[in-house]
Write a protein that binds this ligand. Structure first.
Ligand SMILES: C[S@@+](CC[C@H](N)C(=O)[O-])C[C@H]1O[C@@H](n2cnc3c(N)ncnc32)[C@H](O)[C@@H]1O
Length: 209
């Protein structure tokens, strides 16, 4: 069954409430689900588009929560006709709700919800083409954990680039600056697009363009 009443409140939105910051002076132009625990609605739309654009075979997400972002990326895989999202969630309450949400949205076969710690839960060493980091307070650790599995064309996307204040801890993102080229997207809670430095295929492509 698609869009059952039980998920109605999960789709009610209001203006984003993150405090303004230098590159995002009007956060209320964006929307958030009323529960407040997920990324901005626009971030979910963007994630679906990134899957359309990049055609990843394997997507890894840390932090499923209610499954909004995982479901958005799973919809991208479904539209592509290939690809799969693997999303880690430490809290079993959320993981059950997220699974039910993805099923209700018709993409249950395109996403696997893994119940466990994103830092330590076994990963079958499959190559990762796209990562969305939005889980624990140790986001740098989550990215470092999957770094060895990133394919040559992989991008890492990360939420909460703007930490601190009443909403988020400081995620010490600067610790990744030696290993990744980073672009900061000026959204309410900030997004990173990251690409590993020194990947031979990327370096060769950069010399050709
Ligand atoms: C910000 S929410 C994720 C929101 C989701 N990505 C979305 O936009 O729809 C962060 C989630 O990460 C989970 N989490 C925290 N630490 C974790 C860990 N070590 N491993 C896996 N999940 C974790 C939390 O339980 C929470 O549900």
């Amino acid at each position: 069954m698609r869009n059952p009443e039980q998920f109605r409140t999960l789709r009610e939105t209001w203006p984003e409430t993150h405090k303004a910051w230098s590159l995002c002076p009007e956060p209320t132009l964006w929307s958030a689900y009323q529960d407040g625990g997920g990324a901005e609605v626009e971030t979910h739309v963007w994630l679906e588009s990134m899957v359309h654009l990049l055609k990843p075979k394997t997507v890894v997400e840390t932090g499923s929560y209610f499954g909004w972002s995982a479901t958005a990326m799973a919809k991208g895989c479904r539209d592509n006709g290939f690809g799969h999202v693997f999303t880690f969630e430490i809290n079993d309450t959320w993981i059950a709700k997220a699974r039910a949400f993805a099923m209700a949205e018709g993409v249950g076969d395109w996403v696997t919800f893994l119940h466990g710690d994103s830092h330590t839960m076994p990963w079958p060493e499959t190559s990762v083409d796209l990562m969305f980091c939005d889980g624990s307070d140790d986001r740098v650790g989550e990215i470092r954990r999957f770094q060895p599995f990133l394919s040559s064309r992989a991008l890492v996307l990360a939420h909460d680039a703007i930490g601190g204040g009443e909403y988020n801890p400081q995620f010490v993102w600067h610790r990744l600056q030696e290993e990744f080229v980073r672009v900061l997207l000026p959204t309410p809670r900030g997004l990173w697009i990251m690409q590993r430095r020194g990947v031979p295929e990327v370096e060769a492509a950069l010399r050709e363009v």
